[in-house]
Design a binder for this molecule. Structure first.
Ligand code: MV4
Length: 494
C-alpha cells in the first residue's frame, strides 16, 4: 500500500479522499490556490502546499506543479478527484513517466475514453449496446445525410472530443442538417480544439442511468449497480439516486455484467462509470466517465462499499477486495447537490460568505461538504457547497428522510438551491419515480412551488439572520425547532 497521497483537487472531494486516507493510515498532501488558503480541505490535510493564483489554469490544472509538489512532499501517488485533471491523459502519462502512481485508469485508457466516437466503437466491440449511429467521425456532408436518412430523424450531432452534453445539436429534418453540422463543428473546434463530430439517433426524454464499475490491475472487474441521474439542468446533475426505479433486478444483473465485461475488455483499472440512456426498456451506451464521480456516495450507501478506498487499493496493485456475488444492494439512497446558486434568478452562482451554517444529521443522513461557518465561497470554481445524501430501506423512506434533512439544513448569508430541492421532493412525478432527462423543463410548477415554500420560510429567515452572530448557539437550536414545526405544517397540508 502507498504511504502518502497528493490530492490534486479542492473542496468536498479533496476532503472525501483525505478521509479515506486517514482511515487507511495514509498521509495526505493538499495543494491549494491562493483563493483556497482558508478552505477546509487545506486544514484537513496532513500537509498543504500553495500552487498558485486563483484561476484553475494557474493552479489546479497545472500538471508540472502537481508533479513538483508530489516529489517535494514525497507522495507516491496522486488522486485527481473529479473535474480538473481527473481524466487528462497527459497528466496520467506525466505521472507514469515520473514513477508516481496516478489513481485512475492508464493514460492509454483515458485517451481511448476521451475520444467519444472511439469509445463508442470500442464498447460496441465489447458487446455493449450503443445508440444507432456512426462509428467514425463525419468526413463530408453526403455521408452525414446518408447516415441520418438510414437511422431516421431526429438525430443528434455530438463533438467527438466532448462529452457531458456541451456543443450537442439536435436535428429535426434533412433541411436543418447542413447548418447544424457546420455550427457543431465550429463549436467543437473552439471548445475542444477538434472539429470531429459524429451522429446518433436522438432519443427524446430518455432516463440517464449509469453503472458503477471497479477494475483492478489483475484483470478483475465488478459492478456496483446503477445510479439514476435524470434530474439535471443544463447538463448539471442536481439529484441522483440508487437504485433506479426503472431497473429490475434481472436488468441490473444483465447490464451490470455487460458493463463489467467491457471494463475487462479495455483493461480498465480503478473506479469508473458507464453512462447509458434508458428508453422504452432498453439501454444505450453513451460514454465512460473514467473517474470517481460526484454522485458516488449513493452507491456507497446502498452497497456499503468505500469506492475511494477501493481506488487506492487498486492503484497500490492490490486485487479487488470483494467478489461480484458478495455485492448486495440494500435499500435506497438519494443525493441532492446543494449549490450556491439563486433558483429565482436563473440559477446564477452566488458565491460569498456563509454567515451561519448548520448541517443536518441523524439516521441515514450523510453530508459531504467542504465549508464551515464564516467561510467565504470563492467565485473562481464550481459553486457546489455540499452533497446531502439520504438512505432509507426503500425509496419512500429515502425521500421522507431527505425532506426532513433539507428542513434541518440552515445556510445563512448566501442564496442556495435548498428550497428548489424541497420542491422536487414534494413533486408528484418525482415521488412516483417517473423521471426523464427533461424532468425539470417539463415540471413547470417547480419554481412556483418553491416560491410558496420560500414564502412560508420568510419570517423564520428574518429571525435567523438577526439572531445568528450574537446568540449563535441558542439561535441554532431555535431554528431547528421552528423548522421542524414548519415541516409538520407543510406535510399536513399535502
Ligand atoms: C443524447 C440524447 C439523446 N439521444 N444522445 C447529454 C449529456 C451527454 N452525456 C449526452 N447527452 C445526451 N445525449 C442521444 N443519442 C440526449 C442527451 C441529453 C441532452 C442533449 C442535448 C441537450 C440537452 C440534453 C439533456 C439531457 C440529455
Amino acid at each position: 500500500m502507498v504511504n502518502k497521497i497528493l490530492i490534486a483537487n479542492r473542496g468536498e472531494i479533496a476532503i472525501r479522499v483525505m478521509r479515506a486516507c486517514r482511515e487507511m493510515g495514509i498521509a495526505s498532501v493538499a495543494v491549494y490556490s491562493e483563493a483556497d488558503r482558508e478552505a477546509l480541505f487545506t486544514k484537513y490535510a496532513d500537509e498543504a502546499y500553495c500552487i498558485g493564483p486563483p484561476p484553475a489554469t494557474a493552479s489546479y490544472l497545472n500538471i508540472q506543479k502537481m508533479i513538483e509538489v508530489a516529489k517535494e512532499s514525497g507522495a507516491e501517488a496522486i488522486h485527481p478527484g473529479y473535474g480538473f485533471l481527473a481524466e487528462n491523459p497527459k497528466f496520467a502519462r506525466a505521472c507514469e513517466e515520473e514513477g508516481i502512481k496516478f489513481i485512475g485508469p492508464s493514460s492509454r485508457v483515458l485517451e481511448l475514453m476521451g475520444d467519444k466516437v472511439a469509445a463508442r466503437r470500442e464498447m460496441k466491440k465489447a458487446g455493449v449496446p450503443v445508440v444507432p449511429g456512426m462509428d467514425e467521425c463525419v468526413a463530408e456532408f453526403g455521408q452525414a445525410r446518408d447516415i441520418a436518412n438510414e437511422i431516421g430523424y431526429p438525430v443528434i450531432i455530438k463533438p467527438s472530443g466532448g462529452g457531458g452534453g456541451i456543443g450537442m445539436t439536435i436535428v429535426a429534418n434533412e433541411g436543418e442538417l447542413a447548418k447544424a453540422l457546420e455550427s457543431t463543428q465550429a463549436i467543437a473546434t473552439t471548445t475542444f480544439g477538434l472539429c470531429d463530430v459524429y451522429i446518433e439517433k436522438y432519443l427524446s426524454n430518455p432516463r440517464h442511468i449509469e453503472f458503477q464499475i471497479l477494475g483492478d490491475s489483475k484483470g478483475n472487474a465488478i459492478h456496483l449497480g446503477e445510479r439514476e441521474c435524470s434530474i439535471q439542468r443544463r447538463h448539471q446533475k442536481l439529484i441522483e439516486e440508487s437504485p433506479s426505479a426503472a431497473v429490475t433486478p434481472a436488468m441490473r444483473t444483465n447490464m451490470g455484467e455487460i458493463a463489467a465485461n467491457a471494463a475487462r475488455f479495455v483493461g480498465y483499472e480503478g473506479a469508473g462509470t458507464m453512462e447509458f440512456l434508458f428508453s422504452d426498456g432498453r439501454f444505450y451506451f453513451l460514454e465512460v466517465n473514467a473517474r470517481v464521480q460526484v454522485e458516488h456516495p449513493v452507491t456507497e450507501m446502498v452497497t456499503g462499499m468505500d469506492i475511494v478506498k477501493e481506488q487506492i487499493r487498486i492503484a497500490s496493485g492490490l486485487p479487488l477486495g470483494i467478489k461480484q456475488e458478495d455485492i448486495r444492494m440494500n435499500g435506497s439512497a438519494i443525493e441532492c447537490r446543494i449549490n450556491a446558486e439563486d433558483p429565482l434568478n436563473d440559477f446564477v452562482p452566488t458565491p460569498g460568505k456563509i454567515k451561519s451554517y448548520h448541517s443536518p444529521g441523524g439516521t441515514g443522513i450523510r453530508v459531504d461538504s467542504g465549508v464551515y461557518t464564516s467561510y467565504t465561497i470563492p467565485p473562481f470554481y464550481d459553486p457546489m457547497i455540499s452533497k446531502l445524501i439520504a438512505w432509507g430501506r426503500d425509496r419512500n423512506e429515502a425521500i421522507t428522510r431527505m425532506r426532513r434533512a433539507l428542513y434541518e439544513y440552515i445556510i445563512v448569508g448566501i442564496k442556495n438551491n435548498i428550497p428548489f430541492h424541497k420542491a422536487v421532493m414534494e413533486n408528484l412525478r418525482f415521488v412516483k419515480g417517473e423521471l426523464g432527462t427533461h424532468f425539470i423543463d417539463q415540471e413547470i410548477t417547480l419554481i412556483e412551488d418553491m416560491k410558496r415554500i420560500m414564502e412560508r420560510e420568510k419570517p423564520l429567515e428574518e429571525k435567523l439572520s438577526h439572531l445568528f452572530g450574537e446568540k449563535r448557539k441558542i439561535a441554532a437550536i431555535a431554528a431547528v425547532a421552528a423548522i421542524t414545526q414548519m415541516h409538520r405544517r407543510a406535510q399536513t397540508k399535502q
